[in-house]
Unconditional design. Structure first.
Length: 312
């Protein structure tokens, strides 16, 4: 059985449907154990998640649990107006009966059987993640420099995380990560993702690159079919303005039409959620507009971090 976990609210609900549908559709004969922690979803929206999974014809088990991020993280800064992102730090406490879980963001397109990722040997580590850049290239590179972390050190994206919950609990890593956020809350620009990178510096298992293939809104480069596409940046394919700004919008829409989310929410709800999301992502959308107007460079091959990992 493969256990996965997502944290969702109405702003990312379309993306969550695509994640669940593509994950279940590509999953093998084993049961897909799905844990959704939600905030603000109606009963019909919760039912829609189950209908999306049922549409794949695959075996699954779905647990939907209410989660109040404001109550849990009232003192922390939000990401695009939401604090749901911090929920992944509490997975060891929220899932006390599970030994491991695969955390997934709600802006992914799954193109592989997740059991392959879920069964990865973590070699004693509490966390497995994909190193996609360096600390120099991260938003919190300045903070890293003050702590003596070399700029070339690998920095992972937290959109796909394989967590050994037992080891995490044994080492009290939730407490360590939350303490780091509280200490640096005013300067952290990537929120819990940065905190995770600092706390797990030199002690995470590097996962296969194909488990987190990052795609920016203006990037039309074709990605390998066997992998997990991660729509980083804003707008997401389901965000306001994506119709004109996101190069993978049509691909995303094709998947969305296969889910229960094809029946759209009432107009007033869509307008309210859309405007709120548009306001909170306005800077990222501005960056996207700039990148689309500037001449495009040839895609550069992502560097390998094998040497850095061998030093550990």
């Amino acid at each position: 059985m493969t256990s996965i976990a997502l944290f969702i609210d109405q702003a990312v609900l379309p993306g969550a449907h695509v994640v669940l549908f593509s994950a279940a559709l590509n999953h093998g004969p084993a049961v897909l154990d799905v844990h959704v922690f939600q905030s603000g979803l109606s009963e019909s929206e919760k039912t829609g998640l189950r209908e999306t999974l049922q549409a794949t014809g695959r075996d699954f088990r779905l647990t939907v649990t209410g989660f109040d991020p404001e109550k849990q993280f009232c003192d922390f800064g939000g990401l695009h107006g939401s604090k749901m992102t911090y929920g992944r730090l509490l997975l060891p406490e929220l899932l006390p009966h599970l030994p491991r879980v695969l955390y997934l963001d709600s802006d992914l397109l799954i193109g592989i059987d997740l059991h392959l990722a879920f069964s990865t040997d973590l070699n004693g580590h509490a966390l497995g993640a994909v190193a996609t850049s360096t600390f120099d290239e991260s938003l919190d590179g300045t903070l890293a420099a003050t702590k003596g972390i070399p700029g070339y050190a690998p920095h992972f994206n937290a959109g796909v995380l394989l967590v050994d919950l037992d080891e995490w609990r044994r080492l009290s890593l939730t407490e360590q990560t939350l303490a780091f956020i509280k200490e640096h809350n005013l300067v952290l620009r990537s929120h819990d993702q940065s905190a995770l990178n600092f706390v797990f510096r030199n002690r995470f298992k590097p996962l296969s690159r194909r488990l987190n293939l990052c795609v920016e809104p203006w990037n039309c480069q074709t990605q390998p079919p066997q992998g997990i596409l991660h729509f980083i940046g804003s707008p997401k394919p389901f965000d306001p303005g994506a119709r004109w700004l996101h190069t993978r919008r049509q691909e995303f829409e094709a998947w969305l039409r296969r889910t229960a989310a094809r029946s759209r929410a009432p107009l007033h709800q869509r307008v309210f959620v859309g405007l709120r999301r548009l306001w909170h992502t306005r800077r990222s959308i501005g960056k996207c507009l700039l990148c689309r107007m500037l001449p495009r460079k040839e895609p550069q091959e992502l560097r390998s971090f094998d040497t850095e990992f061998r030093r550990r």
